[in-house]
Design a protein around this ligand. Structure first.
Ligand code: 5AD
Length: 360
């Protein structure tokens, strides 16, 4: 679509048709003057129901360590934060959590943690143990930037998915959020590496991180359209007081919801969580995320005693329906919007564009 043709067009109609929108129209999708939040969410929600059905996939989130070598300026578990009490679960503790989650019905375990390379071989062992002793259980890893060889070792051990948010697709903005030495280029190389190994790859960004402007978000959307991740995690930035960016305001829930909807319409088959950050900022954040086009929730399955120590931002929701033991609450919550828990593995399934019809 040329710029000339795009002026005066309805950006939502164009996105629904699967057109590649120029930045001008993408920007309008983010602007309530042009497209109401309700219209956008309705289109995304209709599409989600048509493709993914009524069920919302659950993944058990296990925070294996808060030890991290990195100093991301926004993150509460950054190496420079001396006020954190550091922990690293051992193999036995991790397997106990996995077995318990499996018993509750979970069929995906997401092992997330800081960048703590000495645990690399242990992670491989655990992945192998999960996939060989818990039939039908998928393992997703979210352990940051690692050499290709390490990603390969984990893949061979049986991990099938990897979450590594790109955080922002603007090189300049990326550098402003990270310490010297961390670059967007390295992050993108990791994502390519993961893809080449056959992982289902998840990426995504924080919304409203300090210094983010409309151009950054448009770059994010262009990157996501071109990379076509199998999973996309988007949550609002939430300041953590013990970080260099702790005095900045939190990101906008409404913009986060708009972005979920836009990305759902761009990538109908993607698995998109209603993130904990969204549930932390708004009491009904999880439900609103689902109504905006998310199809996944990730209850916390970490041992209760370490959950507070894994504070990437302040006030993290990790109780009630955000926790494994609150599955009944989660089911009730989803029921309010006519949805239910789906305990299946929920691997990425590509859908042919013609396999659904969309009513706008
Ligand atoms: N606010 C919101 N999200 C954060 N993350 C890290 N710190 C924060 C924060 N202060 C997100 C990053 C990271 C994911 C694990 O958590 O996007 O990739």
């Amino acid at each position: 679509m040329t710029l000339h043709h795009s002026i005066g067009r309805d950006p939502l109609e164009a996105l629904i048709k699967g057109e590649t929108l120029p930045d001008l129209l993408m920007a309008r999708l983010l602007d309530p003057i042009y497209v109401s939040a309700e219209r956008l969410a309705e289109a995304a929600s209709d599409l989600t129901l048509a493709i993914h059905g009524n069920g919302v996939l659950v993944r058990g989130l296990l925070e294996i360590t808060n030890i991290c070598r990195n100093g991301c300026l926004y993150c509460g578990i950054r190496a420079g934060n001396n006020s954190v009490s550091r922990y690293c679960l051992d193999q036995q503790q991790i397997m106990d959590c996995c077995r318990e989650a499996y018993g509750l019905g979970f069929r995906t375990i997401v092992m997330q943690g800081g960048e703590h390379p000495t645990t690399d071989p242990m992670v491989a062992d655990i992945v192998d143990q999960i996939t060989s002793t818990l039939p039908g259980c998928a393992v997703t890893l979210s352990l940051g930037e690692r050499p290709h060889k390490v990603y390969e070792m984990w893949r061979e051990a049986g991990a099938s998915r990897y979450l590594l948010r790109h955080e922002t697709a603007s090189h300049y903005h990326y550098s402003s959020l990270h310490p010297t030495g961390m670059t967007l280029l390295t992050r993108l190389k990791c994502l390519e590496s993961l893809r080449s190994l056959g992982y289902q790859v998840g990426t995504g960004m924080m919304v409203g991180s300090p210094g983010q402007d409309l151009r950054c978000l448009l770059s994010d959307l262009r990157f996501i359209r071109q990379f076509r991740p199998e999973m996309v995690g988007i949550g609002p930035f939430i300041p953590h007081p013990a970080t260099p960016l702790g005095h900045y305001p939190a990101g906008s829930v409404d913009t986060t919801l708009r972005l979920i909807s836009i990305i759902r319409l761009m990538l109908p088959s993607a698995n998109i969580p209603a993130t904990t950050a969204l549930a932390t900022l708004a009491p009904d954040g999880r439900r609103r995320g689902i109504l905006a086009g998310a199809n996944v929730v990730m209850p916390n399955i970490s041992p209760a005693r370490v959950r507070a120590d894994y504070a990437l931002y302040s006030g993290k929701a990790c109780l009630g329906a955000e926790a494994a033991e609150g599955l009944a609450l989660l089911a009730d919550d989803l029921n309010l919007i006519g949805r239910s828990i789906d305990f299946s593995r929920g691997d990425f399934k590509p859908h042919a564009p013609q396999s659904f019809t969309h009513q706008s």
